[in-house]
Structure formats: structure tokens, C-alpha cells
Design a protein around this ligand. Structure first.
Ligand code: NAP
Length: 473
């Protein structure tokens, strides 16, 4: 289904949606292409003229109504996420909470869009900086957080006074439809939010080339992010890019091993490792590396793999066959390069159906030569690399290409502070495996992205400063 100018469009070509836990078709949705995207942009451009002038507090009230509706529908939203993405139902509930939290935060922030008055250099001048919404914003989101990535973009955009055209990932359009049902029910004026589901390349081309789009916000792979930046350059759009990552998780000799193991379980196996801030490389001090590996393997073996709708499941499927095969190839390469599998290491065959599962896996004696040391895995595989000094681990932890999230465990405050400064990442968790909160800036450095989402930083992405100098003679 498409949602353009306040109307649902159900006629047209269809696309199947597949449950990755069963490999079966669960729904079929209407898709659109370049024409529909152009139409949506035209309506968003028209709607912007009014929406930007509505007082922020009123825009916030619309968002607050969406919050209320999403709270009422939270169970069905969570079920939709699990069915199309595969993550365990309890994690899907967590994602719904987080999606609502972003809306609620920006419903409040919409009231607080301040400008500045600057001290003048001459007595007969008055200087001001206005902060204005940038305009029509095109948003492209991934499948790994099919709901919260949408609200993390749309909530600040609407709060700032922008209008939006969204393209969700083709694997997970149902969550997007559900959130747009809430926008519709909340009475958000026509054309302010628009949804186009369909072929990425076609929709992306219109979004990047249409001069009426002033902002492009994207979450996805670095390769596609670079392409979109190149395409958007011709019309000099403001861009925000939340791209890939390759997070190091560093465990120093003095760290509490059990706490660090718990941190790895959370950062590695949540969402089956399909999170841009997932741990990719676990660096453990040589003196504790054997013990750490043993304890991590024991805890990993306790994780229950299966269909996310079943009770007690910790790890669901990966998104599709291609993802499963990529993970298998990386593990095979690690074994070829003398890695030792301590746990898992195989494609998991479910008892029923033919979903796409990979066993939660721990690999000891990982080396920099392995593919897994540099390529994003996006799967439940935990490679452990030994290290012998702080200098060595800093050198290795800083990835040439990526700089999204890094984790470090130590009881030595000095070491923690040195790591905080030395790690070239947008997000650093010191003795904290969950350094993500609404009020903080989320985003990477290097090829992990440009711009931030969350808190006051997320709002700035949808605004521009206008300097006004008034002569008073
Ligand atoms: P992807 O292939 O880049 O897809 C992401 C989105 O881009 C989807 O909506 C996709 O549409 C669309 N897309 C693909 N090709 C496009 C094109 N030529 N023009 C316009 N849009 C296009 O990424 P993915 O494999 O789905 O997602 C995993 C990646 O996202 C990982 O690298 C992960 O690290 C990153 N990620 C980053 C963050 C972050 O905040 N930094 C968060 C989550 C994920 P279709 O689905 O229709 O192909």
C-alpha cells in the first residue's frame, strides 16, 4: 500500500512479504515507482507551505496523538515486526517502545525551536538567527529496525516543520504501513507524510534528483549511502547518512569477565547480530583470553534459537538466505585461517518450515587476515582476538573504514578515559553495552555516516539557520 496526500493506494503491482522464520509469504503489498514518488514529493512540497507555519506546539500535539495510538496498538505493532523481520517478540516489543519514545521526545521538542539574537557590531543594527525547517525530506530506512528507524527520522522532521516522503525496506514494509495508519488516524494534514513502497533504485533516483527534495536521510549500507550522496550532490541536498559499522569490544585484563561476557551477549546476539552497532571484533587481553572464550561459549550455548513468536526464544532468524550464506562463508574463511569454533558454526535447520537461521557462534584465535576482521558480518558470530598492550589494541580497534560504535571494559578509570579519547567512533560505551538513549546523538564517523539522530542533535538535521541583519537608521 502506498500513502500519498492522505490517501491509501491499493491498486497496482504487488510485492510479497516473507517471514524469515518460515520462508513463507505472509502478505502482499501494493508497490509504486518513480511516478508515485514524484507525485508524493509534489504533495509534500505543497503541504510544506502550511505545515512549516503551524506553531511547533501544535505540530507536537499531532505527534502526541500518534504516540497515543501507537501505545494502543503496541502488541500488533510488535507482532508485525516479528513476523516480517524475525526478531524475538520481546525484542520487537522493545523496538515499539523505542519507536514511540522518539515520537514522544520530538512531540515535546517541537515547542522548543529557538533562534538566536547576536550582539551587533554597530549600534544601528539588529542581528538575528532564525532556525527554519529545511523543506521536503526524503527518508530511506532499513529492515533491521523496521519501526524505530522510521520514527527516529519522521518525528524530528515533523517537529521541525518539514514534510516527508518515506521509502521503507522492501523486506519489511508492513511495520511502515502500520505506523502510517497511526499518522492517518491522528489526522496529520494531507501531504505531510507520504509512504512509497517499491523498487529502491527507481524511488531513490527520484528522491535524489528532484529539486523539491531539500533533505535526504538514509539508514542502510555504506555502499548505497555513498551512491545516494553522489546522486544527491547534483541538487546539493542536505544529507544524513547512518551507515555500516564494525564495532570493537575491548576487554582489559582487570575487567569483570562475567560482566564483559554479558555485554558481548547483548551486543552480539540481539537481533541475530543484525544491528549496525553490533559487536564485530572482540579484543581480549592475552592473560584472560582462554577463560573469556570458555565462559562466552558456555553462555552462548544457552541461547535458544527459533521462531521469534515462540516463548523463550533469544535468537531469531537472519533476514534472508543471502544473509545466511554470507555468514556461513565468513565462518568458513575464519576456520580456514586457523580460527577455532568454540560454539555453533553451522546453519541451523528449524524443525518446521525452512527459515534462515545461523547458530550463535563463538570463534577463538581470530586474526586480522580473516574476512570477519574487516567486513561487516550482520550475523550472530563472535570472533575473539587476543591482544597484549593498550597501544596494540587501540591501533587494531580503530577501523580504517568504519567508526560507528565501540565498547570497552576495564575497572581502571584512567584506562577507560584514555580509550574514550583514542577510539575513533561516534558512540563509545565504557563498561556499558547499551550506550543508546533518545537524548544522545546517534551516528558514526568516517564511512559510518554523516549527521546524527536523537535528542536536540536529530532536530538540527532538519533545520537551517537564516541570518537576518536589520539596519535601524
Ligand atoms: P541497504 O541495502 O543499503 O538498504 C537500506 C535501504 O536502502 C532499504 O530501504 C533499501 O531498499 C534501500 N536501497 C537499496 N538500494 C537503493 C538504491 N539504489 N537507491 C535507494 N535506496 C536503496 O542496507 P541493508 O542491507 O538493508 O541494511 C543493512 C545495512 O544497514 C548494514 O550495513 C547496517 O550496518 C546498516 N544500518 C545502519 C544503521 C545506522 O544507524 N548506522 C542502522 C541500521 C542499519 P530495498 O529494501 O527496497 O532494497
Amino acid at each position: 500500500m502506498l500513502y500519498i496526500n492522505g490517501e491509501w493506494i491499493t491498486d497496482g503491482n504487488k510485492m510479497d512479504v516473507i517471514n524469515p522464520a518460515t520462508g513463507k509469504v505472509i502478505d502482499s503489498v501494493t508497490i509504486g515507482g518513480r511516478e508515485e514518488t514524484k507525485e508524493a514529493i509534489t504533495h509534500a512540497t505543497e503541504a510544506f507551505k502550511t505545515w512549516k507555519n503551524i506553531p511547533g506546539a501544535k505540530r507536537g500535539r499531532y505527534l502526541a496523538t500518534v504516540v497515543k495510538l501507537m501505545r494502543e496498538k503496541r502488541e500488533i505493532l510488535a507482532e508485525t515486526i516479528t513476523r516480517e523481520n524475525g526478531k524475538p517478540f520481546s525484542d520487537a516489543r522493545g523496538e515499539v517502545r523505542s519507536a514511540i519514545d522518539y515520537l514522544e521526545w520530538y512531540a515535546e521538542e517541537a515547542k522548543r525551536l529557538y533562534g538566536d539574537t547576536l550582539p551587533a557590531s554597530q549600534v544601528d543594527k539588529h542581528l538575528m538567527v532564525l532556525r527554519e525547517p529545511i523543506g521536503v525530506s526524503a527518508a530511506i530506512t532499513p529492515w533491521n529496525f523496521p519501526l524505530s528507524m522510521i520514527t527516529r527520522k519522521i518525528a524530528p522532521a515533523l517537529a521541525a516543520g518539514c514534510t516527508v516522503v518515506l521509502k521503507p525496506a522492501s523486506q519489511t514494509p508492513l511495520s511502515a504501513i502500520k505506523v502510517f495508519e497511526c499518522f492517518h488516524e491522528a489526522g496529520i494534514p494531507k501531504g505531510v507524510v507520504n509512504l512509497v513502497i517499491g523498487p529502491a533504485e527507481e524511488i531513490g533516483k527520484e528522491m535524489t534528483s528532484n529539486p523539491d527534495v531539500r533533505k535526504l536521510t538514509f539508514t542502510g549500507s555504506t555502499a548505497i549511502g555513498k551512491k545516494l550522496m553522489r546522486d544527491a550532490a547534483d541538487t546539493v541536498k542536505k544529507v544524513s547518512m547512518e551507515l555500516g559499522g564494525h564495532a570493537p569490544f575491548i576487554v582489559f585484563e582487570d575487567a569483570d569477565i562475567d560482566e564483559a561476557v554479558t555485554g558481548v551477549l547483548l551486543t552480539k546476539f540481539k537481533n541475530s547480530g543484525q544491528t549496525c552497532i553490533s559487536t564485530n571484533r572482540i579484543y581480549v587481553a592475552e592473560s584472560i583470553v582462554e577463560e573469556f572464550g570458555k565462559r562466552l561459549a558456555q553462555k552462548t550455548a544457552e541461547l535458544r534459537i527459533g521462531n521469534g513468536m515462540e516463548d523463550g526464544v533469544d535468537v531469531g532468524p537472519v533476514i534472508n538466505k543471502g544473509a545466511m550464506e554470507k555468514i556461513a562463508a565468513q565462518v568458513e574463511d575464519a576456520v580456514k585461517n586457523n580460527g577455532k569454533i568454540l560454539q555453533g558454526g553451522n546453519i541451523h535447520k528449524p524443525e518446521e518450515g525452512s527459515g534462515y537461521f545461523y547458530e550463535p557462534t563463538v570463534i577463538q584465535y581470530a586474526t586480522e587476515e580473516m574476512q570477519i576482521a574487516t567486513e561487516e558480518t550482520f550475523g550472530p558470530v563472535a570472533p575473539i582476538f587476543p591482544f597484549s598492550s593498550e597501544e596494540e589494541v587501540i591501533e587494531k580497534a580503530n577501523h580504517k573504514q568504519y567508526g560507528l560504535a565501540a565498547y570497552c571494559y576495564t575497572k581502571d578509570m584512567g584506562c577507560g578515559l584514555r580509550m574514550m579519547k583514542a577510539l575513533e567512533y561516534g558512540i563509545v560505551g565504557i563498561n556499558d553495552p547499551a550506550p543508546i538513549v533518545i537524548q544522545a546523538p546517534f551516528g558514526g564517523v568516517k564511512e559510518s555516516g554523516i549527521g546524527k539522530e536523537g535528542g536536540k542533535y536529530g532536530l538540527e538535521e532538519y533545520m537551517e539557520e537564516k541570518f537576518v541583519s536589520i539596519g535601524m537608521k
